[in-house]
Design a protein around this ligand. Structure first.
Ligand SMILES: [Zn+2]
Length: 97
């Protein structure tokens, strides 16, 4: 999650709408993880409808998580690694002949 936190930090948190914005935005991660109880969830959703800055922040947050997921480091498939080694072996072999 470190990467996501870094990205979110880059986005910055410029919420200046309703008084309970800070409050509601504290629920963001839990909301996305589905950890909120029904009452808090309803409060969160109601706030997002009323408060464009928060709704925008929520969108960016969501988008950032998507990006972070898509660009998460993937392991090089074993097959590809074998392929590359084989290629190098053959090349070296060929150079000697
Ligand atoms: Zn707000």
């Amino acid at each position: 999650m470190g990467k996501i936190r870094r990205l979110l930090h880059q986005i910055g948190h410029r919420i200046s709408g309703l008084p309970n914005c800070q409050d509601v935005n504290g629920f963001l991660a839990d909301y996305l993880d589905g950890n909120l109880d029904a009452k808090t969830k309803a409060r969160f959703e109601r706030h997002m409808r009323r408060c464009p800055p928060c709704a925008k922040y929520f969108d960016q947050y969501n988008e950032t998580i998507q990006i972070a997921r898509e660009t998460a480091p993937v392991e090089v498939p074993r097959e590809l690694a074998d392929h590359t080694l084989e290629f190098l072996r053959q090349r070296r072999h060929g150079a000697h002949e």
